[in-house]
Design a binder for this molecule. Sequence first.
Ligand code: K7E
Ligand code: CUA
Length: 765
Amino acid sequence: MKMIKKSVLALLMGVGLGLGAASSAVAQQSLEDVMKARGLTQKDLLAAAKTYTPTGGRDEYLAFSSGGQSGHVIVYGVPSMRILKYIAVFTPEPWQGYGFDDESKAVLAQGNIDGKQILMGDTHHPAFSETEGEYNGKYLFINDKANPRIAVIDLHDFETKQIVANPFFKSAHGGAFVTPNTEYIMDAAQYAAPYGDGFVPVEEFNAKYRGGLTYWKFDMKAGKIKPEDSFTFEMPPYSQDLSDAGKKASAGWGFTNSFCSERYVGGIERGRPPFEAGCSQKDTDFLHVTNWKKAAELVAAGKVKKVNGSYLITMDQAVKEGLLYLIPEPKSPHGVDVSPDGTHIIVSGKLDSHAWVYSWEKIQKAINDKKFEGKDPYGIPIIAMKDALHTQVQVGLGPLHTQYDAKECVVYTSIYVDSMVTKWNYCEGKVLDQLHIHYNIGHLVAMEGDSVSPDGKYLVSLNKLAIDRFNPVGPLHPQNHQLIDISGDKMQLLYDMPLPLGEPHYVVAIKADKLKPVIRYKSGWDSRADKRSPWKTRAGREKVVREGNTVHVYGTLIRSHITPEIIEVEEGDTVSIHLTNLERAQDETHGFAMFGQNVNLSVEPGKTVSYTFKADKAGVYPYYCTEFCSALHLEMQGYLLVKPKGYKATDVVMEEGQKYTEADYKKQVKTNIDTQAVIDSVVKFITSHNYKDFPTVVALVEDATEQLGFAEEWKKKAEASAAKGDFQNATLQAGQWWQYQVKTADLGLRAKTYLEENGAKKVSK
Ligand code: K7E
Ligand code: CUA
């Protein structure tokens, strides 16, 4: 304790020293010296200058990447490629307390499959909510391919709020893709399976296994998917793959491609050739075209039946009502992308070197004229390729996904086998540029690339392999996201970023200034349900309430203590700890971990979270704050005492570890007076500058003023104890008074430094 006091004071007094020496050593090096020492070319320097973001700098775009098998979403800045956050979605993540506190456990439980808890997710395609085809910065959706689910992430706090499980499918890859006003979120099945739980032999594949496409209804106001208003198209067992919603010219329609329209079922162990052989025999597969607008009208008119509580449009009904059409598309396609104006649709086949450009005008004409070349085995009309195609362009071996540029008709297609990006013009059907990148690109993303007005500027290629790119870290490699400058005629590779968390499939990038996340919650907020928590606790109202065998602890967190610091329960009790973070200050998150109870909570300013568990074994369980929140963070601790059944308290008196005298009290008071002098000098500096012009400083000053108020309260308590001659308590209370002074000084110094670094001006009083 003494040591800490001394060093903090030294820190308070000595600020501003010792920076000069380090910076002069760097200044002696010239740019040429560094280039030579590190073997950098002019081109490298140019690339560096385009991505380097000086300290305190911000990015123009934020990219939201799928986290693949981690079940998370990864957020990073473009062009700096600095990772800012992992958002826990389908998988527990202790830093965020996700899957540990009761509130987030309830969100995860929404994703249970047949009552079974699923603690993994294979996230593929994130999508932003849109208004008239523009990203509106409100919500992000992402699918889970392994267990067909969609999650809703609220971008006002970057937290997962809802998970819905598909009522029919047993996998889903073709989500999440939104309609232009986020009326619906598209989610297509991948591996055909019987609807429902029962066993169906694979011999009945054609008759009983089904693919499908769900249109999840989204309520933008409530920020929730409404499963009861959502509907699903029953589809043939064709392994539906990716989807994209029509926009502008094609608004009201959806496009979903497929592979394995051969309906081949493998079975190596039965002597059959594997899936990969039988699923790539035909020269073409099918693009599925769905009319969701008309389908929604039928649903609203009560003309669609519910199966297991969910609207299901059967293939018969879809054909009869003209809701579903097929168009041949290149072999084993992987990716369908609608142009910003909705007039063209680009599909690439992995086993074809061409990208196929369809014309919406032609498709529409064929549908209106009822001009079909035939029907598939399920009676779905097929539009002839020649009646739908605008052009085919040779783009390279293994084309996958396409992104649209801000420049008209210009697109970028990922070429898997050739490991390159092809820039081409889909209106004129000619290749413009090709850039070899690192191995095996999957998706690629341009800035605001899925909106009706893409920004272009940068492209990120999501590469599947990272061999020889980074320092080796064992057999499991990271993924490699490569940043490409697409502002000029020629693409320029700028940067490699390893991404070590699952295999990200797709990324969406939004202009950073469209996002306005909050910095604190309203006090006592249940962030997952987005309402005031019934367990909200105010300062001074902390309490422990027993209800039968359940003990509710209404606790609070503030720098640097957890209230209560001692919790006593009996063996066999159910303990429910509810913690409210009383802080209003930015970034003052407190954590909560406890020995042997499998818990970490993250309690951001204003938040209330709960943790319920059974105290099944008598013992002593220390708990503490897991965020280094202040100088006395290590002291932010407490004990859960689980007493054996029938334990009788004896008259043991608390034995003080240290006894204090009047001299100790006076010494502490002297320290406090010295500290106050430091605070006063900092206050003088701040108030003699135009600090009110700096919102960051204003917030720090508010926080500091509050801390100083607490110091005053403890000063009074200490003085009262001293007046009574109780120097034991007086010294301890004076110590607490000093703690609040240190917090005040810490904040004051941060404010002072900020003013110095940001050119604050002196004001005359
Ligand atoms: Cu190509 Cu799931 Cu969109 Cu992987 S997906 S790459
Ligand atoms: Cu709160 Cu550490």
